[in-house]
Design a binder for this molecule. Structure first.
Ligand SMILES: C[S@@+](CC[C@H](N)C(=O)[O-])C[C@H]1O[C@@H](n2cnc3c(N)ncnc32)[C@H](O)[C@@H]1O
Length: 474
């Protein structure tokens, strides 16, 4: 079920703002809704990323504070809840949804979100959506929007879910509509939960909740005490993590200076586990094969420097390698390189992070549009590159060295199947007990699995669904 949010009703959103693009009708809420609409449209038509575009639009239009919070909530909530809202709109419209013009359909989705999942009074939500429909689609269409949205407002969300996701429907369909996830993702996540598949409802609900902002204090460069001074409290698992309940992380000097950063706690822990994995012999040369934009490389370089080792961070995309250069410390090297055809010698590294390109099904909380963007074919497409990168990275690892194979996805085909195939086919690769290594970094950590591989879960850990295999070359 789309998460219910707490934006306020009409009329309490501060003073008027500069128009910055759309016509300013004199009411700041119109600009707030128009901004949400523009971002939703750009996601739909230009494959834009909401988390990148929205902050730029908020800046352009000088929306801040409560107005920015409302625009963010409306944008993210509408994008996430699309599956549920479309099922409801289909019952309220005498036109098939695919016959409704794109801009108008997006206005209807935005209206449905305001009516069903915010505290904005329904009559106000309908009225503002109809105004928006008039402005983007013309007066004729605003009548249609009014008729549809008044029907939507006839029930609350729970009432609609009894109709569009009834108990009698098969489980995948019901969960897919109720929690607004494509069916293929519901099935893949249930499979990934394995024996815990009855947690699927909690997992899908967690995907629809707003993630907390977690910061990393890069060791030797910033401390949790310093972040606490800015209102960020220590997080439950990572020794480097602090949670910022409110406020702009960019306002914290350590973040601005690259000594700290926004980073999910599981992302910190998989990097810390690679650094903590037991190793015989030298521990001087570390590699991050797919480092862009530099979250894990930032922590790894700080940990490497702390013990006199050196990190080389690579990414295929030069501009992403450029972002990595801003995250790592001076001792680290950064290159634009293809990890499948590497420029480094075989056996050159003691520790390797391979955070492979993946579907990102573990980070749906952060990327509201991601679930609608790709179909199941992406899993097969990415599988080829994941296998190639893993094979090439294992060549770069010296005998006795340790490699972390990481994905921000719990999909079995991107995680256990890839790592398991290597272990089955190669007699020079063994798996370490990744959950046990993680517990040396985060003693209180439970629920990531037992045995060779570790899997984080949003509904259990409040983190992204990050996967970790620690592989040793013998
Ligand atoms: C999951 S992201 C890595 C996230 C990063 N480790 C972090 O923590 O910020 C995957 C990265 O792999 C890069 N990539 C894709 N194919 C690659 C290849 N053949 N060689 C090196 N990097 C590659 C992408 O450009 C992308 O930046």
């Amino acid at each position: 079920m789309p998460a219910r949010s707490n934006p306020r009703g009409r009329g309490d959103h501060g003073r008027n703002r500069r128009p910055g693009g759309p016509r300013n009708t004199g009411r700041p809420q119109d600009l707030v809704r128009r901004t949400a609409f523009d971002v939703i449209r750009a996601v739909e038509t230009r494959d834009a990323y909401a988390n990148l575009l929205l902050p730029a639009r908020l800046r352009d239009r000088e929306l801040s504070g409560r107005d920015a919070a409302l625009a963010t909530e409306l944008t993210y909530g509408t994008l996430r809840g699309r599956g549920t809202y479309d099922a409801i709109l289909a019952l309220c419209s005498d036109r098939e949804l695919r016959r409704i013009d794109g801009p108008l359909l997006d206005v209807l989705r935005l209206g449905a979100h305001q009516i069903l999942a915010t505290r904005i009074p329904p009559h106000a939500a309908v009225g503002t959506a109809v105004d928006l429909a008039r402005s983007v689609a013309g007066p004729g269409q605003s009548k249609f929007a009014n008729a549809v949205l008044r029907k939507v407002a006839g029930r609350d969300l729970a009432g609609w879910l009894e109709i569009v996701a009834p108990e009698s429907a098969d489980l995948t369909t019901r969960l897919s509509v109720a929690h607004s996830h494509p069916k293929w993702i519901v099935s893949a996540l249930r499979d990934a939960l394995g024996p815990d598949r009855d947690e699927i409802g909690d997992l899908l609900a967690a995907d629809n909740a707003r993630p907390l902002v977690t910061l990393v204090a890069r060791p030797g460069r910033a401390s949790l005490e310093e972040l606490a001074g800015w209102g960020a409290d220590p997080a439950p698992y990572s020794p480097y993590a602090a949670v910022l309940e409110e406020g702009d992380p960019g306002a914290i000097p350590a973040v601005r200076e690259g000594r700290a950063a926004v980073q999910d706690e599981a992302s910190q822990l998989v990097a810390a586990a690679l650094a903590a994995a037991p190793l015989d012999g030298p521990d001087a040369r570390w590699l991050d094969v797919c480092a862009g934009p530099g979250g894990k490389a930032g922590l790894l370089s700080a940990l490497a420097t702390g013990r006199g080792a050196r990190l080389l961070a690579a990414d295929l995309q030069p501009h992403r390698a450029g972002l990595v250069a801003r995250a790592v410390d001076d001792r680290a090297g950064v290159v634009a390189a293809d990890g499948t055809a590497p420029a480094w010698r075989p056996g050159a590294f003691d520790r390797i992070m391979l955070d492979a390109p993946c579907t990102g099904l573990g980070a749906l909380r952060r990327r509201p549009e991601a679930r609608w963007r790709r179909g199941p074919e992406a899993v097969a497409e990415l599988g080829g590159i994941q296998r190639e990168l893993l094979a090439a990275s294992l060549e770069a690892l010296r005998p006795g060295g340790v490699l972390a194979y990481v994905t921000c996805s719990p999909h079995l085909a991107e995680t256990r199947v890839i790592a398991g195939d290597v272990l089955r086919r190669r007699d020079d690769v063994t798996a370490l007990d990744a959950p046990a290594v993680l517990r040396t970094v985060a003693p209180g950590l439970t629920g990531v699995g037992e045995g060779e591989f570790a899997q984080f879960w949003p509904h259990r850990h409040g983190t992204d669904a990050m996967f970790l295999a620690l592989l040793r070359r013998t």
